[in-house]
Design a protein around this ligand. Structure first.
Ligand code: GDP
Ligand code: MG
Length: 213
């Protein structure tokens, strides 16, 4: 099968244990709910190519794989991530209260420009809700995060969360705010982009030199 893509982004899924991170990853990749009966330890990684604003983007997504249970999510896990899903459980205020700690770690240990989307997961359990949509959206605004409520059970907004995060990264590349060539950006060019880039870039550089302005 062809593996042609324009960009590759490294993504993380972070948040307290039990918020549904592994299920979100599974739902995104497999398009189905990972029920507890097929619980496999060590599915820590998934990748998928998505189409966003006419670009093919390969997302390489890392799951904490249970490290967060021991509050020992390592530096190497964060290193060079372009995007992250920061997950809490709308039925657990405790997981919401932990968001500030997760944010501090992500901003300190990941790439400085990491794009984060806040995901209030288990949207299907509205009757047991402990955190309102409004409260979380204010938190997101104050902390410059995108925000969605998701359900790994029904699949609602799961693809959207990954796509919105990828779209924001692409926008930042387009505007020059993010430089894919900077070390640790979490972004790599795919074959498709490399082929396109080679000639036009060189031509641009040359004409800038000739202009002398
Ligand atoms: P993790 O520790 O953050 O990786 O969480 P898991 O993905 O292992 O999920 C923890 C528990 O929450 C499991 O029992 C899942 O079945 C359940 N769960 C995950 N996502 C959802 C969801 O969107 N809705 C509901 N109702 N349960 C969920
Ligand atoms: Mg997990």
């Amino acid at each position: 099968m062809s593996e042609t893509y324009d960009f590759l982004f490294k993504f993380l899924v972070i948040g307290n244990a039990g918020t549904g991170k592994s299920c979100l990853l599974h739902q995104f990749i497999e398009k189905k709910f990972k029920d507890d009966s097929n619980h496999t330890i060590g599915v820590e990684f998934g990748s998928k190519i998505i189409n966003v604003v006419n670009k093919f983007v390969k997302l390489q997504i890392w799951d904490t794989a249970g490290q967060e249970r021991f509050r020992s999510v390592t530096r190497s896990y964060y290193r060079g991530a372009a995007g992250a899903l920061l997950v809490y459980d709308i039925t657990s205020r405790e997981t919401y209260n932990a968001l500030t700690n997760w944010l501090t770690d992500a901003r300190m240990l990941a790439s400085q420009n990491i794009v984060i989307i806040l995901c209030g997961n288990k949207k299907d359990l509205d009757a047991d809700r402990e955190v309102t949509f409004l409260e979380a959206s204010r938190f997101a605004q104050e902390n410059e995060l995108m925000f969605l409520e998701t359900s790994a059970l029904t699949g609602e907004n799961v693809e959207e969360a990954f796509v919105q995060c990828a779209r924001k990264i692409l926008n930042k590349i387009d505007s020059g705010e993010l430089d894919p060539e900077r070390m640790g950006s979490g972004i790599q060019y795919g074959d498709a982009t490399l082929r396109q880039l080679r000639s036009p870039r060189r031509a641009q550089a040359q004409s800038a030199q000739e202009c002398g302005c």
